[in-house]
Design a protein around this ligand. Structure first.
Ligand SMILES: NC(=O)c1ccc[n+]([C@@H]2O[C@H](COP(=O)([O-])OP(=O)(O)OC[C@H]3O[C@@H](n4cnc5c(N)ncnc54)[C@H](OP(=O)(O)O)[C@@H]3O)[C@@H](O)[C@H]2O)c1
Length: 317
């Protein structure tokens, strides 16, 4: 009994220590900084100018927003620990992953090693040192059989990628400074120096090539810049536990790309609809993983989440 109380008190004090430290200027480590979201995070953190930034990737080097990226492979346990000791971050925003569902399906051991075991190592280090960890999870931890999932709804991933993310979430939730941000489909122009699905689709539309998108698969998409800003605001807010980070609107990829085509003055007739049953899918895909974001709205009541049209207009002009 006394032992349990001591453990609880230790956790409370550790939580308070984390809160005090994050009010001051922080050292922030972004994993996956060469990726789509990581590049936006680096950009937005530098713009906010409040922190000392450390950027990591697996192998991509070069600079993001003027800062050098260091290659640190999350699957190499001893290299990771010494890099963490050297970097000594107050906060880790963990955006590194094998994020392409197809890559996890075809190389599941690698997907597990990065998405689960890599996260386990980061969580263990942050937990031991009393540091904060924000983990970027995904809406596809849900089975998609209904709409507007809440944070405490049961997960049931149908994609191998979703299974790795669902397995990693509790590893982060169990440490005092852990926050799991379940993110919906992200869209917008790439800052990563390599094309996102969105860039590729737009390039084809610009070239006058028709593109097909599912009209029967629903998400609550959010643009990269707003997603990055939201994660930074959550870091400042000291939020813990689980929070859904997504847009306000539930749309199919077909509707998203039609609206994008209109804003960007491309021919919306080139955006064509198909259904999941028309495609030969290697894995079943969840039909509707729209996320309820009431908790996000209550944590950050003044957070601006622009419509698809406004977000694209801001990102492309
Ligand atoms: N994009 C979306 O629509 C979306 C939606 C929901 C959730 N998310 C989540 O958000 C996060 C970022 O996604 P993203 O689309 O930006 O991913 P991404 O563009 O595929 O970038 C992945 C990043 O992870 C790094 N990485 C891969 N394997 C690694 C390893 N073994 N060790 C260290 N770093 C490694 C990559 O480094 P290299 O460049 O060197 O390979 C890259 O920086 C992920 O956790 C993803 O699951 C994304």
């Amino acid at each position: 009994m006394i032992g349990r109380v001591r453990v609880r008190l230790a956790r409370v004090f550790q939580g308070l220590a984390i809160a005090v430290r994050t009010l001051a200027i922080m050292r922030i480590l972004v994993t996956g900084a060469s990726g789509q979201l990581g590049s936006y995070l680096a950009h937005e953190l530098l713009r906010a100018g409040k922190s000392e930034l450390i950027l990591w990737s697996r192998g991509t080097t070069g600079s993001r927003s003027g800062l050098e990226i260091r290659a640190v492979d999350l699957t190499d346990g001893s290299a990771l620990t010494s890099a963490l000791e050297e970097a000594n971050p107050d906060l880790v925003i963990h955006a590194a992953a094998i994020s392409a569902a197809d890559q996890v399906r075809t190389a599941p051991e690698r997907g597990w090693a990065v998405n689960v075991e890599g996260t386990r190592r980061l969580a263990a280090w942050c937990g031991d040192r009393g540091r904060r960890l924000i983990f970027t999870s995904t809406d596809v931890v849900f089975d998609g059989a209904r709409s507007w999932y809440r944070e405490d709804d049961e997960t049931g991933p149908v994609l191998a990628y979703g299974r790795t993310k669902a397995a990693a979430e509790p590893l982060v939730l169990q440490i005092p400074g852990g926050l799991v941000a379940r993110i919906s489909l992200l869209y917008g122009p790439s800052r990563a120096g390599r094309a996102s699905f969105f860039d590729r689709a737009l390039a084809s539309l610009r070239a006058g090539e028709p593109q097909v998108f599912f009209e029967d698969e629903f998400r609550t998409p959010l643009d990269y810049a707003t997603a990055a800003r939201t994660l930074i605001r959550l870091a400042e807010n000291q939020a813990g536990g689980m929070v859904h980070v997504a847009g306000r609107e539930r749309v199919s990829r077909y509707e998203l790309m039609q609206r994008a085509a209109r804003v960007l003055e491309l021919d919306p007739d080139l955006v064509r609809a198909n259904r999941r049953q028309d495609a030969r899918l290697a894995e079943p895909r969840p039909a509707d993983v729209s996320l309820d974001t009431s908790r996000l709205a209550s944590l950050l009541p003044d957070l601006d989440r622009p419509s698809i049209e406004t977000a694209l207009w801001m990102l492309t002009t």
